[in-house]
Design a protein around this ligand. Structure first.
Ligand SMILES: [Fe+2]
Length: 407
């Protein structure tokens, strides 16, 4: 079987059929296809950063190579660089305040939603995905997150019940991008993650709606079909040469878990693509907090608790901790009720003390809106002992928290 892999996944004994080069590098005459990686020198050469983008290996020609079988180091075909490969310099992104970015973020989110909707519908009609549209959406999302990562993230809490699959893909993409930014990833990796997240559930187009939206339990046959959606996703995406393997891997592995109990492949942590667990966490977080025909959405703190219980088994602990830092125990845009009875909207996180963010008090204790909402930092003297008593779902109460954030 021919398999596309990333250079860093190459191991001794693999048989390379061909390769795809990174932009800015060229194939020299002495670079050969159909080569068995039978020495450390060859292995290192083909793994060299910034030269090859993908390798196509023939798994049927794999040869078990033991250390003692290694030949003395010999000259290997050289892949010459045109010039030292440098990833494109990211343009300066100037950070902007939350309120300023929010208006742009609303547009970005709507356009991403439309893009997902249209490629999902195209696929159902047997048409190709317009890769350029998807990639442009990913770039817009990355730009917005780089300018201010709270703006787009705050919009993930406004759930559209009707178009769950599209909204979910967009929300996961926003969360994944924010995650990646906070982890300090470069722009290229951010864009690949955003693209992979937008596309992660494409395989669902092959699952009948009556199974996808079934309110009750799945039969074993139905569960099998549902659990095949990541594989369907890979099959769809692989047909499109413009979609990078990184993004395909993210789509294929988003239901895998560190302990090997995920699906469809039951991969173990060491076999997972490096960023797959990020998308898994964001996928679960958004799914838990979303309302579906068969379940209400969990309140955010409850969803975080469920995810925290899986830290170390299904999810990487450091990533779970990061998620809590990103969305906060009470994320920006959350509607909360104070111990004094007032309603408030969380306006800014306090990274030192996630239980005590900045809030805008929007009602009095009788739940009547106040004409001039006041912003206070909980846990300080000026908050006068006010604490968050409970979290409320703004969708149920019909309050749009973002209205208070922009005012
Ligand atoms: Fe999925």
């Amino acid at each position: 079987m021919i398999k596309r892999i990333l250079p860093e996944e190459l191991t001794l004994g693999m048989y390379i059929e061909s390769a795809v080069f990174e932009k800015g590098t060229k194939r020299t005459a002495d670079f050969v296809d159909n080569v068995l990686v039978d020495s450390i020198k060859k292995l290192k050469k083909y793994q060299e950063k910034g030269v090859l983008r993908y390798l196509f290996i023939n798994t049927d020609k794999f040869v078990e190579i033991k250390e003692e079988d290694l030949k003395p180091e010999e000259e290997v075909p050289v892949v010459e660089k045109v010039e030292e490969y440098k990833p494109p310099e990211p343009e300066e992104v100037v950070p902007v305040p939350f309120k300023e970015e929010l208006a742009v973020a609303v547009e970005v989110k709507n356009e991403a939603h439309n893009a997902v909707k249209s490629f999902m519908e195209d696929l159902k009609l047997g048409k190709e995905i317009d890769t350029e549209v998807v990639k442009n959406q990913a770039t817009d999302m990355v730009d917005s997150v780089l300018r201010n990562d709270n703006a787009l993230t705050s919009l993930t809490r406004l759930k559209s019940f009707d178009e769950y699959t599209f909204t979910h893909c967009v929300n996961v993409s926003i969360l994944v991008t924010t995650f990646a930014k906070r982890l300090g990833f470069n722009r290229q990796r951010l864009e690949r993650l955003a693209t992979g997240a937008l596309l992660h559930d494409v395989g669902k187009v092959k699952i009948p709606d009556e199974i996808l939206n079934k309110p009750g339990r799945f039969t074993p046959e139905e569960r099998k079909i549902v659990q095949d959606h990541p594989t369907f996703g890979r099959e769809i995406l692989e047909k499109n040469p413009l979609i990078e393997e990184d993004s395909i891997r993210l789509a294929h592995e988003h239901h895998e878990r560190l302990d090997g109990k995920g699906y469809p492949q039951g991969l173990l942590e060491k076999e997972l693509y490096m960023d797959s667990n990020i998308i898994s966490i964001c996928d679960v977080y958004d799914a838990l907090t979303s309302k579906r025909v068969y379940k209400p959405g969990f309140p955010l703190p409850k969803a975080l608790q469920i995810i925290m219980e899986k830290a170390g088994t299904e999810f990487k602990r450091n990533l779970v901790e990061k998620l809590i830092k990103i969305v906060g125990v009470y994320p920006v845009g959350s509607l909360v009720e104070m111990n004094s009875g007032e309603f408030a909207v969380v306006s800014e996180l306090n990274e030192e003390d996630l239980l005590n963010p900045w809030v805008i008090i929007i009602t009095d204790w009788r739940k009547k809106f106040v004409p001039e909402p006041e912003t206070v930092c909980l846990g300080t003297i000026s908050a006068g002992g006010k604490e968050i008593a409970q979290y409320h779902d703004p969708n149920i109460l019909g309050i749009d928290p973002n209205k208070f954030l922009t005012e």
